[in-house]
Design a protein around this ligand. Structure first.
Ligand code: NAP
Length: 339
């Protein structure tokens, strides 16, 4: 399977390393031969037809240099439009205003016949129905398990582990930065400002954590889960969003406050006072989702919500899923030709 990595930062680089480290395992266990043939950063794309050995490009980026400082690069869209790969993996920064440049990267990859895996939630939060329709009309696949929960497989859990069951609703903590800040304020009496400074010092929060704290990042993940689990056609503007910016309610010893994304009674992200016995009372940077399932009642999944290597791990799962989906498509086509 020929792979192009668009966005060669924390996730993109970790993915390239993982593909290299797991090459034998993927070949033997899944029959998948993975080959990264292009990587792109802001300066452009470096393409090598017989595959890029990770140290070649990782050493350049780890030294803080652009790919163009060493390699002959082409503009990103030019490379994507050539349709050189079976799958383009989109790992550029999220943008919740217009989802660019990722939305164009994804649409052009599909138009050129490449399947897409994205860890970038911007395009899915704003244009998920459009993207999935485009892929379907071309018989291509778009996978996005790294967009929700980093490496923790909330999407596949809903899909595979609960296959054949009926999910009625779900609620969860989908943002590690805000959960870290809330834990510090409620449990240790920190001020919001001190908790944010500590999150930045520990590398948990970005330089500007506004979208984590005001609920936008959680809402983007809620949109993706809603569309995936219920096959709805929500976008970010359909979600009622509030976050930590208006202050955190005071609670007694038996209660705590969490930033909860809920599918019902209407899709929303808001601060909620919950009992300390609630299983969503997890601290630190963890993410957790409670699925209410008709046959089972409440089922919970908890795990790390971010991390470059963890999110690259989600892409590895998507690569296996992509192979399975392509195989099914191939058998369906062969079968219908026989009839
Ligand atoms: N890191 C996580 O824990 C995590 C978890 C889940 C989801 N995600 C999502 O995964 C995506 C990647 O995250 P990350 O942490 O890897 O981000 P990052 O470290 O900031 O890396 C972003 C990469 O995208 C490149 N880039 C930016 N604009 C570009 C453009 N127009 N064309 C081509 N490349 C461009 C950057 O190039 P330069 O190197 O030249 O700057 C950089 O290589 C984001 O959407 C993020 O929200 C991340």
């Amino acid at each position: 399977m020929r792979i192009g990595i668009v966005g060669y930062g924390s996730v993109g680089k970790a993915l390239h390393r993982l593909i290299y480290e797991r090459a034998w395992e993927f070949k033997n266990k899944y029959g998948l031969v993975l080959q990264v043939v292009f990587v792109c950063d802001r300066s452009g794309c470096f393409y090598k037809d017989n595959g890029i050995n990770p140290p070649e490009t990782l050493n350049v980026k780890d030294a803080g240099k652009p790919l163009s400082s060493i390699f002959k690069v082409e503009p990103v869209l030019e490379t994507i439009k050539k349709g050189l790969v079976d799958v383009a993996v989109e790992c550029t920064p999220a943008n919740f205003i217009n989802a660019e440049p990722a939305f164009t990267h994804i649409m052009e990859a599909l138009k050129s016949g490449s399947n897409v895996i994205t860890t970038n939630k911007g395009p899915m939060a704003l244009y998920m129905p459009t993207i999935l329709e485009e892929a379907e009309s071309r018989g291509l696949v778009v996978l996005y398990s790294g967009t929700v929960g980093g490496g923790t497989p909330f999407i596949y859990f809903a899909d595979n582990a609960l296959k054949g069951n009926r999910i009625i609703s779900f609620r969860g903590i989908l943002n590690g930065t805000s959960n870290f800040v809330l834990s510090k304020v409620i449990n240790e009496g920190s001020s919001i400002e001190d908790a944010i400074s500590e999150a930045k010092r520990l590398g948990i929060a970005e330089a500007d954590p506004t979208l984590d704290l005001n609920g936008t990042d959680s809402a983007a993940k809620l949109v993706i889960l809603l569309n995936h689990v219920f096959e709805d056609k929500y976008t970010l503007k359909d979600i009622e969003i509030s976050g930590i910016e208006k202050g955190i309610p005071k609670v007694d010893f038996n209660h705590t406050v969490k930033l909860i994304a809920s599918s019902t009674p209407r899709p929303r992200v808001s601060l909620e006072v919950i009992s300390k016995d609630d299983l969503l009372n997890i601290d630190g940077t963890y993410n957790a989702v409670e699925f209410t399932v008709e046959e089972l009642g409440s089922v919970y999944l908890i795990g790390k919500g971010a991390g470059g290597r963890e999110t690259a791990g989600a892409v590895m799962r998507d690569l296996v899923e992509l192979k399975n989906r392509l195989q099914i498509q191939y058998f369906r086509k062969s079968y219908s030709r026989m009839l």
